[in-house]
Design a protein around this ligand. Structure first.
Ligand code: FAS
Ligand code: PHB
Length: 389
C-alpha cells in the first residue's frame, strides 16, 4: 500500500492528525495496536486549553464539545482545607474547557468514519524502516497477514511505550527524565460534583484533586505510594482518604458512589529530543510525558499535531520544507514550557516521601504567597490556560 503520511497510533494525537490531513486532502493511514473500544476505555485527561479547542474546531469536531463541555473560569487551590480561587478570567482573560479525553477521542473516531481515511486497528508488529530515505516504509501484520505501507512521512503518535521513538538511533536521541516517588489513584463515579470548579488540594496526608466530566460525573484523584496496587484501594477507602484531604466543607456535602473506573498512574516528566529524525516525526506522548498535575499531557499532544500539520500543509501545498525542518525546535520550545509548569505544580502540591521539614515549609510558604499575590496567581493562570500556540 502507498500513502503520503503513515500515522502510528490512534490515540488523540494520531486521530487528530489524521482528521486534519484528511480535511486538507493529504492521504494518510492510521495503524493502531488495540481495538477502538480499548482505546476509548482508557480514562485520562479532562481539561482542554483554549488552543486545543481551537485546533479541534479547525479539525471540524467541535459540535458535541460545544454542546456538552463545561467552561471553567478558574480553579481552587487548597492548603489544609483552606481554599483560594485562582481566577483565570480576571487574571489573564482566558478560560479552560472541561471535556474528557475519551470524548475527544470518540468525536475524532466518528469524524474519521464520516470523512473516510483508512484506520487499521489491531495492527501488530508495527516496524518502521527507511526513515532517513526519501521514501519510508511501515510494516505490520493484521490477523497474521504481513503487510507494508510505503509513505513520504511517518507520524509517530504511538505514546510512551510505542515503537516510533525506539526507531530513532540511540546515538541521535537524547532523553531527559524525572520520576516522582508517588502516583495518582483516579476514580470515575456517577455522582454530581460538590464543587463548581477543579480543586487542587495539598494536605498533610498528601495531594488530592477534585475534577469532573459532567454535572453528573466526578473524576477524583488522591496521591498514593508508588508501590500501591489498585486492588488495595476499595471505593470506601478511596472516598475516606479523598474526604480527609479535600477540605471539611466539601467532605461534609459531597456524595460518593461506586467507581466505574479506578486506576493508578505513575508520575513522570520525560522529554525525547529531537522530535524528528529523517521522515519520522514524533508527536504527543511518544515524545514527552508530563505529570497530570498541570493538565498538560493531552494539550501538548494537540500543539505538536498542530505544528506538524502546518509543516505537512506547507510541504504538500507549496513544496516548502521550512516548517517541517523547524518542527522539532518549535514543538520542543512549547514542550519544555509545559514540562516546567507541570513539574512546578507537582513539586508545589505533593508531599514528597521523606522530605525534610525545610522543603515542606518552602512549599507551604509558596502556596501562601500564591494565595495573597495577584502577580504570582497570574503566572500560574497564564501557564494553566495554555501559552499561545
Ligand atoms: P496515547 O498514549 O493516548 O495514544 C497512543 C496510541 O498508540 C495508543 O492507542 C496505543 O495503543 C497506540 N500504540 C502504542 N504502541 C503502538 C504500536 N507499536 N503500534 C501501533 N499502535 C501503538 N493528560 C492530561 O492532560 N490530564 C490527565 O489527567 C492525564 N491523565 C493520564 C493518565 C494516564 C494513566 C496516562 C497514561 C496519561 C494521562 N494523561 C493525562 C496524558 C494523556 O492524556 C496523554 O497526554 C494523551 O493520551 C497523549 O495522547 P497520544 O500522544 O495520542 O498518546
Ligand atoms: C481530570 O479531570 O482528569 C484532570 C483534570 C486536571 C488535571 C488532571 C486530571 O490536572
Amino acid at each position: 500500500m502507498r500513502t503520503q503520511v503513515a500515522i502510528i497510533g490512534a490515540g488523540p494525537a494520531g486521530l487528530l492528525l489524521g482528521q486534519l490531513l484528511q480535511r486538507a486532502g493529504i492521504d494518510n493511514v492510521i495503524l493502531e495496536r488495540r481495538t477502538p473500544d480499548y482505546v476509548l476505555g482508557r480514562i485520562r485527561a479532562g481539561v482542554l486549553e483554549q488552543g486545543t479547542v481551537d485546533v479541534l474546531k479547525l479539525a471540524g469536531v467541535e459540535d458535541r464539545l460545544q454542546r456538552e463541555s463545561l467552561l471553567h473560569e478558574g480553579v481552587d487551590l487548597s492548603l489544609e482545607g483552606v481554599r483560594h480561587r485562582i481566577s483565570f478570567h480576571e487574571l489573564v482573560g482566558r478560560t479552560v474547557t472541561v471535556y474528557g479525553q475519551t470524548e475527544v477521542t470518540r468525536d475524532l473516531m466518528h469524524a474519521r468514519e464520516a470523512f473516510g481515511g483508512l484506520s487499521v486497528y489491531e495492527a501488530e508488529s508495527v516496524a518502521l524502516s527507511g526513515i532517513t530515505d526519501r521514501r519510508s516504509r511501515v510494516s505490520y501484520t493484521l490477523h497474521g497477514d504481513a503487510r507494508e505501507i510505503e509513505c513520504d512521512f511517518i507520524a509517530g503518535c504511538d505514546g510512551y511505550h510505542g515503537v516510533s521513538r525506539r526507531s530513532i538511533p540511540a546515538e541521535v536521541l537524547r532523553t531527559f527524565e524525572r520520576s516522582y516517588p508517588f502516583g495518582w489513584l483516579g476514580v470515575l463515579a456517577d455522582v454530581p460534583p460538590a464543587w463548581d470548579e477543579l480543586i487542587y488540594a495539598s494536605s498533610e496526608r498528601g495531594f488530592a484533586l477534585a475534577s469532573m466530566r459532567s454535572p453528573t460525573r466526578v473524576r477524583c484523584y488522591v496521591q498514593c505510594p508508588l508501590e500501591d496496587q489498585v486492588e488495595q484501594w476499595s471505593d470506601e477507602r478511596f472516598w475516606e482518604e479523598f474526604k480527609s484531604r479535600i477540605g471539611a466543607d466539601i467532605a461534609a456535602r459531597m456524595q460518593t458512589g461506586p467507581s466505574i473506573e479506578k486506576s493508578i498512574a505513575p508520575l513522570r516528566s520525560f522529554v525525547a529530543e529531537p522530535m524528528r529524525h529523517g521522515q519520522l516525526f514524533l508527536a504527543g506522548d511518544a515524545a514527552h510525558i508530563v505529570p497530570p498535575t498541570g493538565a498538560k499531557g493531552l494539550n501538548l499532544a494537540v500543539s505538536d499535531v498542530f505544528y506538524l500539520y502546518e509543516g505537512l500543509l506547507d510541504y504538500y501545498r507549496q513544496g516548502d520544507r521550512g516548517s517541517l525542518d523547524a518542527y522539532s525546535t518549535r514543538a520542543l520550545r512549547r514542550v519544555w514550557q509545559s514540562v516546567r509548569f507541570s513539574w512546578w505544580m507537582t513539586s508545589l502540591l505533593h508531599q514528597f516521601p521523606g522530605e525534610e521539614e525545610f522543603s515542606s515549609r518552602i512549599r507551604r510558604s509558596e502556596l501562601e504567597y500564591l494565595f495573597t499575590s495577584p502577580a504570582a496567581q497570574a503566572v500560574l493562570a497564564e501557564n494553566y490556560v495554555g501559552l499561545p500556540l
